[in-house]
Design a protein around this ligand. Sequence first.
Ligand code: GLC
Length: 571
Amino acid sequence: MSTHDMTADDWWRDAVVYQVYPRSFADSDGDGIGDIPGLIDRLDYLADLGVDAIWASPFYTSPLHDGGYDVADYRSVDPRLGTLADVDRLIEQAHARGIRVIMDIVPNHTSSEHAWFQELATTEPGSPEWDRFVIREGRGPDREEPPNNWRSVFHGRGWSHVRDGAGEPTGYWYLHLFDTTQPDLNWENPEVRAEFVDILRFWFDRGIDGFRIDVAHGLVKEEGLPDFDYTVPDDQKHQAMFDEDSAHAPFWDQDGVHEIYREWRRVANEYSPTRIFCGETWVPNPVRLARYQRPDELHTSFNFDYLQAGWDGKAMRMSVDETVANHAAVEAPPTWVLSNHDVIRHRTRLAPVDAHGDPDLERGLRRARAATLFTLALPGSMYLYQGEELGLPEVTDLDPAVRQDPAWHRSGGTDGLRDGCRVPLPWSGAVPSFGFGPTANSWLPQPADWADLSVEAETGVEDSTLELYRRALHLRRAETALGEGPFAWLDGPGDDPTDLLAAVRTPDDGLSVISVLNLADAPAVLPAEWGTEVLLASSDDVAVLDVHEGPAALAVGSETAVWLRRPMTEP
Ligand code: GLC
């Protein structure tokens, strides 16, 4: 079970990890950009919420062309976000509260402002400096065509001209699977591999507990960089964000990537307590995903298959089954996640839409609370994204002028809507910045009606989403010991087994729990043998029915999840 023992090696197996997007979490100096001192100031809030660890999105020195996922220097902190001394203090203060700190490492690409990329302008093709990136001569008589047909995930070409010292285009092109300011590194080059091992050690030595690995499935490219057939059909089981089937794409999920993680694992294992990795692995299905969790590779990876299942009992159940089975085969715990800084917040994503396509956010919140409670009772660890504990919706009406997502600009405004989940958090007060910082500034504007969704507004309010999360995390850790351990489906009462999902969890050292998710838009009466002792429910729409003859049964409202204490069985 989760533990506050900071020397433990296995805490990650069932941890609740809270993702901090530093620019949007808390701003200490009033410039409208969240920072590390702001995060340190709020550690008591996170301890009180009951999280086991935080994962902080990048805070390295960066031109912020992709929110910091464009790193100019992997061994420094962006001055707008803090200093190395602040990070040391963060680690120390978090650890003092029993909270681990996971950083984000971005190994697929650097920023074009990284010293290595800058050196291209003063060196020659064929030099060791050029071998650090994926650079090829252009095609066609004047080398005016890119080396192959790969596209950027953020739209448009995946290649741009290398420029000379005078800024003139050369006949050489560099690969960028993301923005033009994010040149892909050449992972065939031992110097690149050694550099990243050194960066891992730099932060591990400072006391960081682990890394989330950005685009972990992308580092190795197929030999010869063959063209990709972009007409490969969808099969509903792919990445939401990257629209290529990664089983086919010559730039995703190549077998060679696993060797890199074997080397990284050896480094992590040298530390005590052992340092851990969580991969951002957008792979097409749970079978491919589990390969990253083999015992000598990454500890965990994000399970986006489950995130993509939506509000659909059949898809959720199938994803849980495949994920649990495939992870068991490699003896690794699954992870679960419903929101992050790249996807639409799950309150909005799960909401039913009306005829005009507008989401019903009240029902969206009801569903989101239910989905979270049910997911927190699945076996393994769980990632939460800042603000979901407040029930924040996606901000869908940002003015194009304030949007920063590079994919928004590269797609001409048809894609790249990720700023909508990155709006700074509301902490207190009636007007923006709602306590985000000491001034009204926030790098993205907050909706005027977020006062009711602030930490202050929800604290101590019985039915608030914040109090639901708090109770769920404390129960999960303290009494029920949910996390790793046996998991089995129960047959529900209705004809359609996917209208109501129910599972029993029996941890070694906690309460035996039945977790129920009623996805239907009508109430359900549970089998009497499941008992009526409700530990926690996502709505107050839960009632014990008086049955004339026989034992009482529980009625669970529409779109509601409950955790029940499983009745003791007869000896
Ligand atoms: C990952 C990050 C995303 C970023 C991309 C490129 O998917 O989560 O925010 O834009 O990688 O680094």
